[in-house]
Design a protein around this ligand. Sequence first.
Ligand SMILES: NC(=O)c1ccc[n+]([C@@H]2O[C@H](COP(=O)([O-])OP(=O)(O)OC[C@H]3O[C@@H](n4cnc5c(N)ncnc54)[C@H](O)[C@@H]3O)[C@@H](O)[C@H]2O)c1
Length: 254
Amino acid sequence: MQLLCDKVALITGAARGIGRAIAEIFAAHGAHIVVTDILEEEAYAVAAAITAAGHPRAIARRLDVSDPQAVQAAIEVAAEEFGRLDILVNNAGVLRPHLILEMPLEDWELTFQVNVRGMFLCSQAAARQMIRQGRGGCIISIASACAKKADRALGAYAASKAAMLALTRVLALELGEYGIRVNAILPGATDTQMLRDVTDAIPGMLDALRAKSVLGRIATPQDQANAALFLASDLAAHITGEGLVVSGGEFMDT
Ligand SMILES: NC(=O)c1ccc[n+]([C@@H]2O[C@H](COP(=O)([O-])OP(=O)(O)OC[C@H]3O[C@@H](n4cnc5c(N)ncnc54)[C@H](O)[C@@H]3O)[C@@H](O)[C@H]2O)c1
């Protein structure tokens, strides 16, 4: 069964990792995809691979989510190429780990520029487009389980992800009347370049993270993409304003 037949989805940061896995599974479920990233060549390669696999058409665009003009242009591309936009996935993100006492201001600001300003700009532009279309829509943001816990050296990242969760709830509240659902996914440690950049620098960290999951493994990008597929589909038609933790039980609410 195809869960996203003929839907149009724009995914940010989709050149690799979790974003790429989301683009691939959405396409396999019948969606047309706008693959966006600052990594232009890689984004085009992802779109080409999706189309070559025989799925509905995928196109790619370079997009820095912190640039308002570029965001507006990307949303317009989706509408021009595919006639509308049904789903936005705010996946683009950066992680610059530093202890608070050593945090360079530029890394603090970059983290908020991409993770929070990017989510705000893309959600605002996508919501305006969805409201013009008059047929509802869906916004999913990839936050982090870090939003809900304290990890050393993740001050900027955790604060930005908590802001994304707060923004998810306000967006859900303000956009519900237009039939637009807004949810977040809170991944635990997931095997991507972002995680490898951290774990490669700290011997033993990957094993320590693995041990924290009650299921005994690190999440795959596909684990996160499966959650996104569910939230984007009509199976989640009455779910909005929520944050779904996908962490193999690494983090449980008390
Ligand atoms: N990997 C993990 O353990 C983990 C855990 C929790 C949350 N997340 C979140 O998942 C999302 C995807 O991360 P990932 O693990 O796949 O990492 P990744 O580094 O592999 O992918 C992130 C993508 O975002 C893109 N990007 C960075 N800055 C951008 C910008 N300004 N505009 C557009 N694109 C930009 C990068 O080029 C990259 O392709 C991020 O929001 C991340 O914070 C990851």
